[in-house]
Design a protein around this ligand. Structure first.
Ligand SMILES: Nc1ncnc2c1ncn2[C@@H]1O[C@H](COP(=O)(O)OP(=O)(O)OP(=O)(O)O)[C@@H](O)[C@H]1O
Length: 350
């Protein structure tokens, strides 16, 4: 278990991590998400005792990292896969880490086998591809067979087969009861790998909840409705009837209708009353990526002037208790969201 309480890090007048409190529990994969520069790496460095908090504290299994006896046997981490001595071969690189940490040498062969680098163990690491370097970094994290694992962008540079391998590795480490904390910008991958999410922006906690709760709290589900392709009359009649009943109706590119604001049985009843036959009535949920974009909208420090997010901005849903307001205005309160708080959130006014 990793526990951060009021964790804060300031570099001069820059607050990289701002009063962050969260727990990372064993037996599951916890994804650590946030825009570029939001403080993920700084947080991970503080967990590993590489940076000293300005305020607050963070513990691993109840103790600060630096107080853990033989810390590498308890905590393994991949922070920067490029941080290797390029002149050494993979075996010697891992052996030197093992020797410094009191880890038996046979573990080097074990982890090389585990990450699929046994055949290139004698090659100098400076000739390694990005993906091989990532695998070597993961091998180093696993050397001490630790209960707690931190991975900063572990799938960076990996091909699809490598990404699948990392996904299965994370899940199997968690299934063994370990604590697995992993940062990534690949939302589709996080949706498949993580059970729980800690989301930060500008150093502050935005959400701490399961992936399912996060998507439910930060996305508007909708229904897709399709009528027979017999002309526009049926679609127009249904659009009018649904709108009268309080729904928001938008045309989809393939001729279907995207309906929000009414439950599916009600949509079916309204169609029946309007004497419109339905060919499709299906529930749809947003992806993790859409939910993440929605939550972090306006809290991204680095963005292209041709902002691709503009087109992703979903329409506010009338009548929803979490009706999303893209601009809450100055002075709007900032509240981090925990699972227990229910599906409401407010935006950082900065
Ligand atoms: N040693 C440092 N000195 C000054 N500022 C720093 C230092 N380390 C980090 N920062 C700043 O703190 C903020 C958080 O950086 P950090 O690297 O933790 O973010 P991140 O979420 O890991 O970003 P990315 O997703 O781009 O890796 C950034 O604004 C960064 O410029």
């Amino acid at each position: 278990m990793i526990e951060a309480v009021g964790l804060t890090k300031r570099y001069g007048d820059k607050t990289a991590v701002d009063d962050l409190s969260f727990q990372v529990r064993p037996g599951m994969v916890t994804g650590f998400l946030g825009p570029n520069g939001s403080g993920k790496s700084t947080t991970m460095r503080m967990i590993l005792g590489l940076d000293t908090p300005t305020a607050g504290h963070v513990t691993v299994n109840g103790s600060p990292y630096r107080s853990l006896p033989n810390a590498p046997r308890h905590v393994g981490a991949l922070l920067d896969a490029k941080a290797v001595h390029g002149g050494r071969d993979a075996y010697r690189h891992l052996l030197s880490i093992a020797q410094l940490s009191g880890i038996p040498a046979h573990r080097v062969d074990d982890v090389l086998e585990l990450v699929g680098l046994s055949e290139v163990a004698g090659r100098r690491t400076k000739g390694f591809s990005l993906g091989m370097g990532q695998r070597l970094g993961i091998a180093a994290a696993l050397l001490g067979d630790p209960q707690v694992l931190l991975f900063d962008e572990p799938v960076n540079g990996l091909d699809p087969e490598g990404i699948l391998w990392v996904r299965n590795l994370m899940k199997s480490l968690a299934a063994e009861g370990r604590t697995v904390f992993v940062s990534s910008h690949l939302m589709s991958e996080m949706a498949l790998t993580a059970d729980h999410l800690v989301v930060i922006a500008r150093g502050r906690l935005l959400a701490d909840m399961s992936v399912r709760e996060f998507i439910a709290a930060n996305s508007a589900g909708f229904a897709r409705v399709r009528v027979p392709d017999t002309g526009p009359q049926q679609r127009e009649a249904l659009t009018a009837a649904l709108t009268r009943a309080g729904a928001q109706v938008l045309p989809e590119q393939d001729g279907a209708l995207r309906v929000t604001g009414l439950p599916l049985p009600r949509i079916s009843d309204v169609a029946h009353e309007a004497e419109v036959r339905l060919w499709e009535l299906s529930p749809h949920h947003a992806s993790l990526e859409e939910a993440y974009m929605r939550l972090t909208q306006g809290m991204v420090d680095y963005r292209s002037s041709a902002d691709p997010q503009i087109g992703m901005r979903p329409a506010p849903v009338p009548g929803r208790s979490d009706g999303w307001d893209p601009d809450p205005g100055p002075g709007a309160p900032f509240q981090p969201v925990h699972a227990a708080d229910g599906p409401t959130f407010s935006k950082d006014p900065r």
